[in-house]
Design a protein around this ligand. Structure first.
Ligand code: PMP
Length: 458
């Protein structure tokens, strides 16, 4: 099966670990890349290589990959109250403090916070809250949920049903019924010739309205959206896109749920992605940078309207019958709270805004590269379009395996990239400096040059 020495960590990994989002058969040949330690925004592997990870792990390591202060907070929390649940009226300081803090920074008035453990769980629970709400309102038929093609909202059965990517669903016999998909705002790839961004956004809003009318507005419960669409390759929408979408949702009394799992806590140069685009959601799911990825924790923020429905349902069923053992975990909540304190102390949003022009300029400068069609970004998130032909925007054929080539050359250049379809998606740690962004761009250009040389010879 493998050429690794018996009992090496590589052989032991292959023998024992089932890796998420990994080609299981290929893994038996290639084995794992084993990371050993980190310094700031650089991760080191066991072969002595250091990588600048341009995706902050999975869009999450906002403060880099190690943090003494958060370690101390976790240690103290474990000594003081290492676990307690928040079921059946029980509570503890970290859950209260964190919920209060999240409400105080919410982009629109929110009423309560439901603490969870992951982004998938947050979205899964938010779907249940949507259904719970419409049941409480005497409209159980208002149940269908619309998300956007190319989006990623998590991996539980419900979250993957929200995730409009067939390759994530069909092998599992998913999605569940009642999950519908509309277009994603990919202006570069799908605008009509000569269409302005405003006309494009209006056309997408009209398409959404047509879908709602075809399904029957009385059957459509909610619209799910991440402000910058991570699953579509860190795709920022046109400026007025969400205003137009929101107008349609209001017309038919459809809830808006903002998935802020990637964008929350400064990624766009605003505390929330919603604030960058004028969104006013009824619920927000968030995770990742909430704890700088140092503890698994997420949250759903719900507005008063939804909370009133929870009260009604508690009257009817005796309780809000939903919950996870580790929801509101005191260690995770303590680390999250400290993370938010660190962001305030170091002026994280101000920092993102100050390096945003360098990020946009340095990566935007790659538009001159023969493999690059475009770059779009905001704050410290964005994506670069890989094309075969800049004029026609034609893609490289799948059999060329462009993404795998980019990935391999990037690693040789000490860079970890996230390739999503035809886009290279960037979401570096939020603490990245202007010099480190220049270094990222330098390594990226070297990578693209090597790939271009290779594919030109084919
Ligand atoms: N929503 C978005 C926008 C995400 O990017 C992700 C994870 N990449 C999730 C939800 C799911 O989060 P988790 O992996 O923590 O379950």
């Amino acid at each position: 099966m493998t050429h690794f020495t018996a009992n090496s960590p590589h052989a032991r990994d292959i023998a024992s670990v089932l890796h998420p989002q990994t080609n299981a058969r290929k893994h038996r040949e290639t084995g794992p890349t084993i990371m050993t330690h980190a310094e700031g925004i650089f991760v080191h592997d066991d072969a002595g290589n250091a990588f600048l990870d341009a995706g902050a792990g999975l869009w999450c390591a906002s403060l880099g990959y190690s943090n003494e202060r958060l370690a101390k907070v976790a240690y103290e929390a474990m000594k003081t109250l290492g676990y307690y649940q928040i079921f059946r009226h029980a509570s503890h300081g970290p859950a209260i403090d964190l919920s209060e803090k999240l409400l105080s920074i919410a982009p629109v008035p929110m009423s309560k916070v439901l603490l969870q453990c992951s982004g998938s769980e947050a979205n899964d629970s938010a779907v249940k809250l949507v259904w719970y709400h419409w049941h409480a309102q005497g409209k159980p038929e208002k149940r269908k949920i619309i998300s956007r093609r190319g989006s990623y909202h998590g991996s539980t059965c419900v979250a993957i049903s929200l995730t409009a990517k067939p390759e994530y669903q069909t092998g599992f016999g998913l999605p569940f019924d009642g999950f519908l998909y509309t277009d994603c705002p990919d202006y570069y790839r799908t605008a009509l010739p000569g269409e302005t961004e405003e006309d494009f956004s209006q056309r997408l809003a009209d398409k959404l309205e047509a879908l709602i009318l075809a399904e029957g507005p009385e059957t459509v419960a909610a619209f799910w959206c991440d402000p910058v669409q991570g699953g579509a390759g860190a795709l920022p929408p046109p400026r007025d896109y969400f205003q137009k979408i929101q107008a349609v949702l209001r017309k038919y009394d459809i809830l808006m749920v903002a998935d802020e799992v990637i964008c929350g806590f400064g990624r766009t140069g605003h505390m929330w992605g919603c604030q960058a685009y004028g969104m006013e959601p009824d619920m927000i799911s968030c995770a990742k940078a909430l704890s700088a990825a140092m503890q698994p924790i997420s949250a759903v923020l719900l507005n008063e309207r939804i909370y009133q429905s929870v009260l009604q349902q508690s009257d009817k069923y005796g309780a809000f019958i939903h919950g996870y053992t580790y929801a509101g975990h005191p260690v995770a909540a303590s680390v999250a709270l400290e993370t938010l304190k660190i962001y305030e102390e170091i002026g994280m949003i101000g920092h993102v805004r100050s390096v945003e022009p360098v990020f946009l300029r340095e990566l935007g400068a790659l538009r001159d590269h023969p493999l690059v069609g475009d770059f779009t970004g905001i704050g410290l998130i964005g994506g670069l379009e890989l094309v075969r032909d800049k004029a026609t925007r034609e893609n490289w054929p799948a059999e060329i395996g462009l993404g795998a080539r980019v990935d391999a050359h990037a690693r040789r250049n000490g860079l970890i990239l996230r390739i999503v379809g035809n886009r290279i998606a960037f979401s570096p740690p939020l603490i990245i400096t202007a010099d480190e962004i220049r270094e990222l761009a330098r390594r990226l250009r070297a990578t693209l040059n090597a790939v271009h040389h290779e594919v030109s010879a084919l």
